[in-house]
Write a new protein. Structure first.
Length: 76
């Protein structure tokens, strides 16, 4: 199973990379697979590539689900 994480673009790195961040963790990723990504956008990241641009509501909803799973797994 593959897992892709929504992350927020905080900086564009020409020609086609970006710095993304989530919970204080940042990394440089490739934007070669998406068009028209901007600083402030959320992208779905998998293995160092942005797969798609998603709206903030969808990104936050997905991140909340991941947080809930993490909290539940700690209770087991």
């Amino acid at each position: 199973m593959c897992l892709a994480i929504p992350m927020k673009i905080i900086e564009l790195v020409p020609p086609d990379n970006a710095i993304v961040e989530h919970k204080g963790i940042s990394m440089e990723i490739s934007l070669k697979l998406v068009e028209k990504a901007h600083v402030g956008d959320f992208v779905i990241v998998h293995t160092g590539f942005a797969l798609d641009v998603v709206d903030a509501v969808e990104a936050e909803s997905t991140l909340k689900i991941f947080q809930n799973i993490d909290e539940l797994s700690k209770q087991l």
